[in-house]
Design a protein around this ligand. Sequence first.
Ligand code: SAH
Length: 472
Amino acid sequence: MDYLPIFTKLENRACLVVGGGDIALRKVHLLLKAGANVSICALAFHPLLKAKAQAQEVRLIPQAFSVALLDKQWLVIAATNDHDINAEVARAAEERQLLVNVVDSPLLSSFIMPSIVDRSPIIVAISSSGTAPVLARLIRERLEALLPMHIGRLAAISGKFRHRVKDKIKNVSLRRRYWEKLFGNGKLGTLLEQGKTEKAVELMENALCSQPSSGDVALVGAGPGDPSLLTLKALQLMQQADVVLYDRLVSSDILDLVRRDADLISVGKKAGDHYVEQARTNKMLIEFAQQGKKVVRLKGGDPFIFGRGGEELEELLDAGISFQVVPGITAASGCSAYAGIPLTHRDFAQSVTFVTGHQKSKGEKINWQALASPMHTLVVYMGLLQTEKIQTQLLHFGRDKKTPVALISHGTTTEQHVILGTLEELTLLGGGAQGPTLIIIGEVVSLANKLSWFNAQNATKLSRDPFLVNLS
Ligand code: SAH
C-alpha cells in the first residue's frame, strides 16, 4: 500500500490553496464542503473565487507565495499552472512537515486527493495511487450507479438511532444482526427513497421490538474448491457470520471470503493438530447459537452428500436451534465439469450413482452387481484407499476391464490434477493421486479427451470484494 487512506476532519481548520484559477477553484470547493477555513494565495483570482471572498466564505491573499503563509496551516494545496512555484510550495511545506498536495504531481505531494462518491455521511474514496486515474474514475462511476442516493440518509438516521439500539440490545452479535436485517431488507431504503422518514423510523422501532433472542446455524455447502462456485447465499451468510466452523476440505481461498471479524474454527478431521470429534462439533454449534451468534457450519461440496449434514441438523433440532441449509456444488458435479466429463450422456450413460468408499461400519453391503452395469457412471467419493477393492469387485461382476476411469484430485482448484486410465489399472493409478480425490468410472470418461477445458494454471482467484471481480 503506497498511500494510507484517511478521512481528515477539516472543519474550522486553516488550509491554504496556492493558485487562483479553475483547478484551485475545484479544490477550494471541496475544502469548503468539508468546512475548512480556506485562504487562497494568487496574483489573479477566478471570478467565482472573488464572489466567495465577497460572501466571506474564503480569504484572498493577492500576493506571490511566500513561506510565511504556511504559518498555522493544517494542509496546503499547490494548484498554480507554474511547475516551479508548485515545487517551491511543496518543498516549503515538506520542510515544515505540513501535508501538501501538488495538483497532478503525486511525486511532489505528501497526500493525494482521491475520486469521491459523496453520499454524506457515507463517503467512498477511490485512488489508483497515481497509477491509473482513468481506472479509478471507472470504478467511481460504477459505485455511483451502485449506491442509491438515499444511502446517505439511511446512514444519517441510523446514526441517530444507534444509541437507542445499543441500550435495547446489549448483546453485540444480536445488535449486528439487527442492523444487518434492517439494511438487508429493502423496505427501509424504499421508504427513504419515497421521503417517508417517519415511517422509516417506525420500521426501525418495530424491528427493535421483534428481535430474536438467540442465534442460528446455517449449514452451508462451500462447493468443491473454486471460490467462484460458491452460491450467492453461501457468500452472504459467510459475510454475516459471527463464527464459522469449517471442514478440512474447505479451501483457504474460500475462507478468505469470510467476514474478517468472524471467528474461524477448524473442525476438520485428519488435520492432526485440529482433530475435533463430531460430538464436540455438534456441541459447539449449539453453544454458539445459544450465545446469540450467527453460526455458519461450512462444509466442502454439498452438506447433504457424504457430509453428515443430516446428523448435525438432528442435534440442532433436538436443542431447539433454528437452522437453514444452503446446498453447494458437490464434488461429483464440480470435478466432472472441470475435467470435461459429462456424468450422463445419451450415447454413454443413462444413470449415475454416487457411492462412498468409506462406510460407517464394516458389515454394510454394497450392491456391486448393480454398480457394475454397463452404460452407467459410478462416482466414488473417499475411494482412494479402496481402489483395489473397487477394481476387483467391478471386474468380478462383469464390468469391462477397458472401462475408462478418471481420478480427479483437488478438482476445480489451481491444483487440479486428473489421471485418466482404465478399470484394470485403477489400483495402480490410485498410487499416483494425492489429496481429496474423486474417482469416476464409466464410458463417459472417454469424453475427457475431447471436452477437457480447465487450465488450472490460468484459474483466477476470487477477490475478497466479490463485486470487483468482473470489473474489466
Ligand atoms: N460433501 C462433499 C463430500 C465430502 S466426502 C461433497 O459434496 O463434495 C469427501 C470426499 O469428497 C473426498 O475424499 C473426495 O473424494 C471428494 N472431494 C471433495 N472435494 C473434492 C475435490 N475438490 N476434488 C476431488 N475430490 C473431492
